[in-house]
Design a protein around this ligand. Structure first.
Ligand code: PLP
Length: 279
């Protein structure tokens, strides 16, 4: 049999969720569903189910660093997706491990679990100005994460878009920011997500694109939606090399995934998504 070279692959750097809804488990399911080979370096072991997070145990920073190095020195990783980092020391270790990495780094600034548990540790203050911040090419905050990162109150969509534009000087390699609109204008039946493309010489202000989809109020199966969105963006970008295409495709993927997941009784609390069933 003729052996084939493996095409570029994606590495998730994230916490473990044993219930399979969020974290590295959600990322790997998403990569597989979107036909991308996925690797995962674990930053923290959480103890949780759909009812909530009971404990969180960060992995030692030298082990986080060693996992990432082991994957990068052996496999053709073009895209790294970062979620929960578990500790400030892990944030530094990830920055060190990725110092020579030249591919895309998609950062999903995880602050809280869907059940309300704080998952950020002291990552919030640490990311800006860190070694890792200099390497991030895409960031995918929701409304609350945007406010934390920029230190700005964003009571309206306009304020949120203005705040999102200030991410570019904070993250010097940033090419694109996706602002997820689910928690903005919550009375509206439609949700609008925004993509901001980095300013450059020809266009000195960020370029804005938007995508609108239905608000699914009835489903309780939303655990891991943030992780899944960021990993879908990662996979679609890996396949298309286009930020706008990755944005539109991942918005549509999440809409289909939430819809297909809605009827299932997936645990007693906030259920996970049915990645294996989405078309
Ligand atoms: N990462 C881990 C390991 C988690 O356990 C969670 C939530 O429980 C998240 C990330 C964030 O999940 P979501 O995608 O719902 O924001």
């Amino acid at each position: 049999m003729v052996t084939q070279r493996i095409p570029p692959i994606a590495l998730s750097i994230a916490g473990s969720d044993p219930s399979g809804g969020a974290g590295a488990q959600a990322d790997l399911k998403t990569f597989a569903r979107l036909q991308v080979y996925g690797c995962a370096a674990i930053t923290a072991l959480t103890v949780q189910n759909t009812l909530g997070v009971q404990a969180c145990h960060p992995v030692a920073p030298e082990i986080v660093l060693a996992q990432i190095r082991a994957v990068l020195e052996d496999l053709p990783v073009s895209h790294v997706k970062i979620g929960m980092v578990g500790s400030r020391a892990n944030l530094e270790a990830i920055g060190e491990a990725l110092a020579l990495f030249t591919g895309e780094i998609i950062y999903d600034p995880v602050i809280r679990s869907s059940s309300g548990q704080n998952l950020l540790a002291d990552q919030e203050g640490a990311i800006c100005g860190s070694r890792l911040a200099e390497k991030i090419t895409v960031i995918t905050p929701n409304h609350q994460e945007l406010q934390s990162l920029t230190g700005q109150e964003c009571p309206s969509t306009e304020a949120a878009l203005n705040a999102a534009a200030t991410l570019f000087p904070l993250f010097p390699a940033l090419r694109a920011a996706v602002l997820k609109g689910g928690h903005l204008d919550e009375e509206l039946e439609l949700v609008t997500d925004h993509l901001l493309l980095a300013p450059h010489e020809a266009i000195p202000r960020p370029l804005y694109k938007s995508a609108t989809h239905r608000r699914l109020r009835m489903t309780k199966n939303t655990h891991g939606t943030g992780c899944t969105f960021a990993s879908a963006f990662t996979a679609y970008h890996l396949r298309s090399n286009s930020y706008e295409q990755a944005f539109r495709q991942s918005v549509s993927f999440i809409d289909r995934l939430l819809t297909v997941s809605q009827p299932f009784d997936a645990g007693g609390g906030t259920g996970g998504l049915m990645h294996h069933l989405v078309s």
